[in-house]
Design a protein around this ligand. Structure first.
Ligand SMILES: Cc1ncc(COP(=O)(O)O)c(C=O)c1O
Length: 400
């Protein structure tokens, strides 16, 4: 008897659940845990954000609007203009999201099948929700392996012609989870031109766009051709372009579930109607907190300092061990090779490392079959990072 449909029964366990099991066993045994697994850093929320949320909790609770408040949209416009030089225009619409995860998942339901096109193209390794979105929307997932050779950039113009024609939408994610690779102005232009030529919707997962090396804050260049901070394609075109931006990484609001979809107003207006059915209206008190978060950069600069520092603490250990080729360009991950002695078996490696109390994510769980790499999310604090790197160094030395 089938109690659930085949898409559901074929779902692979979500990687974080696997990690949770390993961690539970470790804590049962009373061992210290250094958790570099999930990208969910434990940094206190900036007080004005928390206060705005608390002050907005109403006496009487009512349904939030799917469109969100005018004042939140103003704050989001302020951010887009300040950070990216994107000026207010009727060509661009904005709607709030309950975190980008739901928006990434639900957009598949709105786009797959348009013009009879069924494929959803996305980078591999990458965020696993792109695939789930395609499957649940009755589409065909089309992962494209991205490699160091192209700086982890997906090049859709090299896909088979049939796939290029049948792609409803393409996900691009820079800064890229898990490698931290960024995209240049010229690359974005190529992708935009390809999307226009093939009539594909460009979906840009810009979740990490504000997590970059602090040195770039001292020399902000407004011209996107020269700006070395991560870019969004919305700076170059809004025609068939949607960007998904999050307060999870920028402001550390993972538990608030808050983000936005901004882009082509024709698509935004259409999906607004659809989203009324999805039950994803952002609660008013979360919108109040989000308004404060999008309006301020100081707390984001503080977060960047923390991640830049942690990355610089950990990287030399991994470089010395020959596991890390280069510093990530952005985001807060280190994407490393596993030691040769594990013969490419990244799951075996991370399980063995977990026995030492160090939790990381293997490439197999972050991709569709990519072996030999692992990812560290800079979640533990400075002291724990150093301790963990000492343990990791000894562990690798023992196994080489
Ligand atoms: C690449 C990428 N996109 C989207 C998300 C979802 O973020 P949120 O739903 O918290 O906005 C994540 C979370 O880790 C991510 O790594």
């Amino acid at each position: 008897m089938e109690l659930v449909n085949s898409t559901t029964s074929a779902m692979r366990p979500y990687p974080m659940e696997e990690l949770a099991k390993i961690k539970a066993n470790l804590s049962k045994a009373g061992k210290p845990i250094f958790d570099f697994g999930t990208g969910d850093p434990k940094i206190p929320t900036w007080a004005p954000i928390r206060d705005a949320m608390l002050n907005a909790v109403p006496q009487i609770s009512q349904y939030p609007s799917v469109k969100g408040s005018e004042s939140l949209r103003e704050a989001q416009w302020g951010y887009l203009t300040r950070r990216f030089g994107i000026n207010k225009s009727t060509d661009i619409g904005i709607i709030p999201a309950q975190g980008t995860k739901e928006a990434i998942f639900n957009i598949g339901l709105c786009l797959i099948g348009r013009e009879g096109k069924k494929h959803l193209v996305y980078p591999d390794p990458g965020y696993p929700v792109y695939r789930a979105s395609a499957l649940y929307a009755g589409g065909i997932p089309y992962p494209v392996r991205v490699t160091k050779e192209t700086n982890f950039r997906l090049e859709p113009w090299n896909l088979p012609t049939e796939i290029q024609k049948s792609t409803a939408a393409i996900w691009i994610n820079h800064p890229h989870n898990p490698t931290g690779a960024t995209a240049s102005f010229d690359y974005w232009q190529q992708v935009i031109d390809w999307c226009h030529k093939t009539n594909t919707i460009l979906l840009s997962d810009d979740c990490y766009v504000d997590i970059y090396d602090t040195s770039l804050d001292t020399n902000i260049i407004k011209d996107p051709r020269k700006d070395r901070r991560p870019l969004t394609p919305l700076q170059q075109s809004s025609d068939r372009v949607l960007t998904f931006m999050s307060l999870s990484k920028r402001s550390g609001l993972t538990g608030y579930r808050s983000g936005m979809i901004a882009g082509d107003s024709r698509i935004i207006n259409a999906i607004l109607q659809a989203r009324a059915n999805f039950g994803v209206g952002s609660p008013d008190f979360i919108q109040a907190a989000a308004q404060v978060a999008w309006s301020d950069e100081t707390h984001v600069e503080e977060r960047r300092k923390i991640f830049t520092h942690r990355l610089n603490l950990a990287a030399p250990y991994l470089q010395k061990l020959g596991l890390l080729d280069a510093m990530p360009e952005a985001a807060f991950y280190l994407w490393c090779r596993i030691p040769k002695s594990f013969s490419g078996d990244d799951v075996k490696f991370i399980l063995a490392l977990a026995e030492q109390g160090i939790i990381t994510s293997p490439s197999t769980w972050l991709s569709e079959g990519m072996k030999g790499y692992f990812r560290l999310a800079m979640v533990p604090d400075d002291q724990a990072t150093i301790e963990a790197m000492e343990i990791l160094s000894k562990f690798v030395a023992k196994h080489s």
